[in-house]
Write a protein of this length. Structure first.
Length: 529
């Protein structure tokens, strides 16, 4: 746990063993503190206690005799203690003159060390600069608890956390790295938890721990810090509640009120990573991939671009996000949304057309923002539409908008399911917003397309197989097909970022680069792997 030699604190190696005595000490120590304490504080207290025990034990060893220092004089029969030999005890049995021209005259004492068979010799009456000639109190001072903790912080914290987690049945309670004793907490009974549930449902929003506390009749003599710790422990332990805030400032919501799409990634967005060699992608397609800005791309792992109030950015809506009612979180878009350590961060999505607020949910770990399904449908926004994000002065409010235009029917690609295959035709389709022509692939309103998606997930075919079926259908509408169109169409049947798709376009001779991101298809050069 801490060094065995008080004057050699860096001798500590290996794993830390936290004993039952240590657990008992920490139990009493927490009683004395009377408040929740971080694992760092527990570690410092335990190190201090161990160092004090060792100092006491070493002082007891020193009581067996005179501490050996080379500068002192000794007599035959005298008992000595050797700090440099782990405080071994020995008896002087003889002495002789020392001979070393580098030093002034000195003596050599002969000592029998307890537990050793041979007599050992040590210099005496030799007063020269040496660490053993320093004051014995200074010699024994050793390292401070802070020094020991800093040197072994990770191992100490882990060992204490593991041991106290095993000892929770003894009354230890842990919350976000802080520990306390259950017997010192006020009772948060089921009635209080039911009251918190009703409060959240009535407000229809996440509520803070302090808001919950105001409604509870906890004993006034219990400090606020302990009341809040008790409430947070109880709410965290009840599966009805979920923290949507931070560890320091939790805000609680009801799990049953959360949309299923934020508790589990919508089927339309679920992506199983596909291995490919990025070096095989052509330079032009690499640039196109960056323009698409897909949240499941391996290029989307960079830091979020910083955004300030008033900043705007546009993204192109793809079919999976339209169906799921979501927006992608990428380096370009993440800066518009608040950070949050939890799995879900609530936000207000402000309709840029009329200022109305919509409930939104940021799911950072899975790379999307949910809450726009009805907005897409009400405004007849198709896949391929340009969606605008704008940052406001309130971190939790983000403006979501599109560029409206007079409704008119235009010739666009429309996807449909035909005999278990995805086909396309140019059809007059009502459009009332600005869009990216290369990525506009409208969908025929038919359950057959959804059935085709489900079937494709079950088949799990290679990307190339899907492309060999998909590209000829697109090519029927025109001999050249833009890479963005291929990507958008592919995502009508299976969620996939541009990388694996563009890799297959780049390395297979049946796909012919026509320049400027456009590709043609030569069926005579198909080389299936």
């Amino acid at each position: 746990m801490v060094p065995q030699k008080l004057n050699q604190p860096t001798d500590l190696t290996g794993e830390f063993a936290i004993t039952d005595d240590d657990v008992a000490f920490l139990y009493e120590w927490l009683h004395q503190q009377g408040k929740p304490c971080a694992v760092k504080d527990l570690a410092l207290a335990l190190v201090s206690q161990r160092l004090a025990e060792q100092a006491k034990a070493l002082q007891a060893r020193l009581a067996h005799g005179e501490p050996y220092q080379p500068k002192k004089s000794f007599t035959v029969g005298q008992t000595l203690v050797f700090p440099a030999l782990d405080f071994a005890v020995g008896k002087v049995v003889g002495f002789r003159d020392g001979v070393n021209p580098a030093y002034p005259p000195f003596k050599v004492i002969q000592v029998e060390i307890e537990g050793e068979n041979e007599v050992r010799e040590f210099p005496a009456e030799l007063d020269f600069p040496h660490k053993l000639n320093t004051d014995i109190a200074q010699l024994l001072q050793g390292a401070s608890p802070k020094q020991v903790y800093q040197e072994h912080k990770a191992a100490l914290d882990a060992a204490i956390t593991d041991k106290l987690t095993q000892a929770e049945a003894l009354g230890f309670v842990q919350l976000d790295g802080h520990w306390f004793l259950r017997e010192l907490l006020p009772e948060i009974h089921i009635g209080y938890l039911n009251l918190a549930e009703a409060m959240i449902e009535l407000n229809n929003r996440p509520v803070s721990s302090d808001e919950v506390l105001k409604e509870l009749a906890l004993p006034a003599e219990v400090p606020h810090e302990i009341q809040r710790f008790a409430v947070d422990v109880a709410l965290r332990g009840d599966e009805r509640f979920m923290n949507l805030g931070t560890t320091k400032e939790p805000t609680w919501y009801l799990r049953r009120l959360l949309p299923p799409e934020v508790l589990q990634t919508p089927v339309w967005l679920a992506y199983t990573p596909i291995a490919f060699n990025r070096k095989g992608i052509s330079a032009v397609l690499h640039q196109v991939e960056g323009e698409i800005d897909d949240e499941v791309s391996d290029l989307a792992t960079g830091p979020a671009e910083k955004r300030k109030p008033g900043d705007k950015v546009s993204i192109v809506l793809i079919a999976p996000h339209r169906k799921a009612g979501t927006l992608p979180l990428t380096p370009r878009t993440r800066g518009f949304f608040p950070d949050g350590p939890g799995a879900i961060v609530p936000v207000r999505l402000i309709n840029g057309q009329n200022g109305e607020a919509m409930n939104g949910w940021v799911v950072p770990a899975n790379g999307y923002v949910f809450g726009l399904r009805d907005w897409y449908l009400q405004n007849e926004i198709p896949a391929g539409a340009l969606i605008w994000l704008q940052k406001t002065g309130n971190p939790s409010e983000i403006i979501v908008d599109f560029e409206p235009r007079r409704m008119r029917r235009e010739w666009v690609r429309v996807a449909r399911a035909d005999a278990g295959r995805l086909t396309f035709q140019m059809t007059k389709y009502p459009i009332s917003c600005e869009y990216d022509e290369t990525m506009l692939v409208a969908e025929e309103e038919s359950p057959a397309l959804n059935e085709l998606w489900i079937a494709e997930q079950e088949r799990g075919r290679p990307v190339l197989d899907i492309l060999l079926e998909l590209f000829p259908e697109l090519a029927k509408l025109g001999p050249r097909v833009h890479a963005k169109t291929v990507y958008a169409a592919f995502n009508l049947v299976r969620r996939c970022p541009p990388g694996p798709i563009f890799y297959e376009l780049s390395v297979n001779p049946c796909f012919v680069d026509e320049g400027n991101g456009y590709w043609a298809f030569d069926p005579t050069k198909i080389q299936k792997r």
